[in-house]
Ligand binder design. Structure first.
Ligand SMILES: NC(=O)c1ccc[n+]([C@@H]2O[C@H](COP(=O)([O-])OP(=O)(O)OC[C@H]3O[C@@H](n4cnc5c(N)ncnc54)[C@H](O)[C@@H]3O)[C@@H](O)[C@H]2O)c1
Length: 247
């Protein structure tokens, strides 16, 4: 199995890409500590992880709150047996789709940048506290094609993902010397609650042109990206540097 014995902290495991990744990692032999704010879907995800024969545990953590991140990371590392091998940071939000720049609300900007960029920084910061002394680890950050390879329907979202990509490049240069590999994944358009809401918002805002059903149907499965995440988390990906782009 690809992740036999790997001890993983994963954020955003309740739905979408994070949940698909947690399940795939469970089927590959990993032990999974996951953080989210969506408790009801987390309970279902946890049952699925355990049904796959893996050990899983859930912490309610708002990744924007440093005290919550710090204590949950410390508790998770203890539960994982004193070491974390892999961080997969997936939690994120998309708001402000199709809102023009001259009307873009400051509070929407702050909400998205806080969760996507500051939240990623806080999770990496506290996991790195454990990985640096161990001189070992793998960190996978979820960026996006939006704000890195092209535009976005939301100024805040594209900017936040350009930010996580920049953070990845800085971390790659600094944590590499501590034996820690840092990659980011740039997914395309995937069928998750986040992307469905964005497609519906853009469809409504642009006069409902074309079939909403066809637009939703065109979204790819998060399972494909989960496979990429799990492979990147494995030792087979030890030579991979920088970003991995997916459909
Ligand atoms: N779906 C796509 O097309 C797509 C494309 C590129 C990148 N992404 C990125 O993939 C990641 C996962 O998105 P998804 O599409 O699976 O969406 P999703 O909404 O299904 O999953 C996001 C998860 O993050 C959690 N979350 C949100 N705010 C949080 C917070 N403050 N603290 C802890 N957890 C929080 C949510 O509860 C949810 O479980 C996001 O970072 C997103 O930007 C998605």
């Amino acid at each position: 199995m690809l992740l036999e014995g790997k001890r993983i902290i994963l954020t955003g495991g309740s739905t979408g890409i994070g949940r698909a990744t947690a399940l795939r990692a469970a089927s590959e032999g990993a032990q999974i500590a996951f953080f989210d704010v969506n408790d009801s879907d987390a309970a279902t995800a946890l049952k699925e992880i355990e049904s796959a024969g893996a050990k899983g545990r859930y912490w309610h953590v708002d990744i924007v709150q440093e005290d919550q991140v710090q204590s949950a990371v410390d508790e998770a590392v203890e539960w994982l047996g004193g070491k974390v091998d892999v961080l997969i940071n997936v939690a994120g939000v998309l708001k402000g789709a199709n809102v023009s720049i001259d009307e873009f609300p400051e509070d929407v900007w702050d909400f998205v940048i806080d969760i996507n960029l500051k939240g990623t920084f806080l999770v990496v910061k506290h996991v790195a506290r454990h990985m640096i002394p161990a001189a070992d680890g793998t960190i996978i950050i979820t960026s996006s094609g939006a704000g890195v390879l092209g535009g976005s329907s939301s100024y805040a979202y594209g900017s936040s993902k350009g930010g996580t990509h920049g953070l990845t490049m800085v971390l790659d240069g600094t944590l590499g010397q501590h034996g820690i590999r840092v990659n980011d994944v740039l997914p395309g358009a995937l069928d998750t609650p986040l992307k469905r809401a964005q497609v519906e918002a853009v469809h409504d805002a642009t006069g409902k042109q074309g079939s909403l059903g066809d637009k939703l149907e065109a979204l790819a499965s998060p399972d494909g990206v989960a496979n990429v995440m799990v492979w990147l988390a494995s030792d087979e990906a030890a030579y991979v540097r920088g970003s991995v782009r997916t459909i």
